[in-house]
Write a protein that binds this ligand. Structure first.
Ligand SMILES: Cc1ncc(COP(=O)(O)O)c(C=O)c1O
Length: 432
């Protein structure tokens, strides 16, 4: 597809109508393309590694519904399992055997998880785990990192990444100061800053929560020793370590970042992949901590649709597919080819860029780097990223519409898809 024939008339019409119906025309902010400019395309259907928009344009997709589509969109096995599940009803609001199956799969896979509670989104998982951290320790303060996003609950909307970074919102209005005074922040990859916070607030910090590999200020891996250091500091201070693996869980390894890096936190949050494209989140961890959750214990948390049979079904089938041998090696191989290719093209065409990947998660910045923190990520040339994003769209490649978001591949992405993507990048970067 080339720029001159790129027709998005129907997308524009639908998006214009949406603006009158929903704030910004969307159900979630980053979808509105505010940080890259231009109008978003409106999807019609998805399959495998591809998206089709309402004008009939086809794209190779590197967003994957923001992470869940690790087996490719609408995998036939997932769809077929859902068809069978549908015949039994859409919601039970009561125990089902499906919950046991997915719970056991999660417990078997994720080193820190001995017990799990299902919720409906990553936001819910994180806000619930925060309550649990406080209930268990009897302390109110938490430490989070600049540029890490843990959903949109009040206590986390402090120096958050994702859409908050994309839209340049400082902290959201409507979040009372009293709520966020207990949220302490440190730069990512800065152990000294964490130590200083613990020294400043002795016996007051319930724990540290982080994305063990950041995806919400672009892709930022932990420096060597960072996760180990956090494990040690939290233990020394009798505080909890929580990995928010909503993005990295079942994505960078079957057992998530904790398996990949060999560091076991006390609690973990999950989302995205475990729902296989349906709304699911989860939090879990040590049995002694999880036993505080109602009705086993006094910490209240509930949900009408939690453990929904359709969502459990999609999650179970997705995890089964991921268990096939070679899955993560394949994701790694494809993603390596993609990111190395992009960086080589940037260099050949005279653009400063840096980036990386782990398994099926990747990112690159238009700055020479290296990027260890959100402060580093902010040095990127955002206007250039916006032009690159639009150019790639016109060449049939759908990238996350923000410099501050990671990208995702799937087992449906073929070598040919990557080659086509790199050919598009070459054409676009030559004219940026
Ligand atoms: C690391 C992380 N935590 C939490 C969330 C919030 O999840 P959700 O959008 O499902 O509420 C996200 C969403 O992108 C995320 O990436």
């Amino acid at each position: 597809m080339i720029a001159t024939t790129f027709n998005t008339a129907k997308s524009e019409e639908i998006f214009a109508a949406a603006q009158k119906l929903m704030p910004g025309g969307v159900s979630s902010p980053v979808r509105a393309f505010k940080s890259v400019g231009g109008k978003p395309i409106v999807f019609d259907r998805v399959q495998g590694a591809y998206i089709w928009d309402v004008d009939g344009n086809q794209y190779i997709d590197y967003v994957g519904s923001w992470g869940p589509a690790i087996c490719g969109h609408a995998h036939p096995d997932v769809i077929s399992a859902l068809h069978s599940a549908l015949d039994k009803g859409t919601s039970f609001g009561a125990p089902s055997a499906l919950e046991n199956v997915l719970a056991q799969m999660v417990i078997d896979a994720v080193p820190s998880i001995e017990m799990v509670r299902f919720v409906n989104s990553g936001t819910e998982a994180c806000m619930s785990v925060l309550r649990l951290m406080r209930a268990f320790t009897g302390r109110d303060k938490i430490i989070k990192f600049e540029g890490c996003y843990h959903g949109h609950a009040d206590m986390f909307l402090v120096k958050a990444g994702s859409g908050v970074a994309t839209l340049g919102l400082p902290d959201s209005p409507g979040v009372p100061k009293s709520t966020t005074t207990n949220t302490l922040t440190a730069p990512y990859n800065d152990l000294e800053a964490v130590k200083a916070l613990f020294a400043e607030h002795p016996d007051q910090i319930a724990g540290v929560i982080l994305e063990p590999v950041v995806g919400n200020s672009g892709f930022i891996p932990p420096d060597a020793g960072f996760l180990e250091g956090l494990r040690l500091i939290t233990q020394e201070n009798e505080a909890l370590l929580v990995f928010d693996e909503v993005m990295t869980g079942f994505r960078i390894a079957y057992g998530g970042a904790q398996e990949r890096f060999g560091i076991t936190p006390d609690l973990t949050t999950l989302g995205k992949v475990i729902g296989g494209g349906l709304p699911v989140g989860a939090y879990g961890g040590r049995k002694d901590i999880m036993s505080l959750v109602a009705p086993a214990g006094p910490m209240y948390q509930a949900g009408t649709l939690s453990g929904n049979p359709l969502a459990m079904t999609a999650g179970i089938k997705t995890l089964e597919l991921l268990q096939k041998s070679g899955t993560y090696e394949y994701l790694d191989k494809m993603t390596k080819k993609l990111i190395e290719g992009l960086l080589a093209i940037a260099s050949e065409t005279g653009h400063e860029a840096c980036g990386g990947h782990i398994s099926g998660m990747f990112g690159f910045f238009f700055t020479k780097g290296p990027v260890h923190s959100y402060e580093d990520a902010k040095k990127s040339d955002l206007a250039k990223f916006g032009r690159f994003h639009r150019g790639m769209l016109e060449h049939g490649v759908y990238l996350a519409p923000s410099q501050f978001e990671a990208g995702f591949t799937s087992i449906a992405h073929s070598e040919e898809d990557i080659e086509k993507t790199l050919a598009a990048a070459k054409a676009v970067m030559a004219n940026l």
